[in-house]
Design a protein around this ligand. Structure first.
Ligand code: SF4
Ligand code: SF4
Length: 90
């Protein structure tokens, strides 16, 4: 049985989930590049580790994330899901 633990973070207005099982086949780490280019450089990769590593603890990650969706959009395996509230919807 896999020991991979998924990432789930409550952001300032929404939620971010990363299904690390989908990262097992990824060799692009586009999430890391996307957050470095368009976001706040919140991820890094480490040799031998699957998926992105958070550069900060959860509270600091939440504070720094600008909810730009770049990591979700650029991930080639749809491993990242960011759910944001839509204004006007209950
Ligand atoms: S780009 Fe997507 S699949 Fe690849 S490591 Fe990042 S979250 Fe995982
Ligand atoms: S939503 Fe933007 S700032 Fe937040 S983790 Fe993704 S790329 Fe980085």
């Amino acid at each position: 049985m896999s020991q991979i633990r998924n990432i789930s973070i409550t952001l300032r207005t929404g939620k971010l989930k990363i299904d690390l099982h989908k990262c097992e086949k990824c060799d692009t780490y586009d999430c890391v590049k996307a957050c470095s280019l368009y976001g706040r450089h919140l991820y890094r990769m480490e040799y031998g580790r699957i998926g992105p590593i958070l550069n900060y603890d959860i509270d600091e990650f939440r504070r720094r994330c600008i909810e730009c969706l770049a990591c979700e959009i650029m991930c080639p395996y749809n491993a990242i899901e960011i759910i944001l509230p839509i204004e006007g919807e209950a």
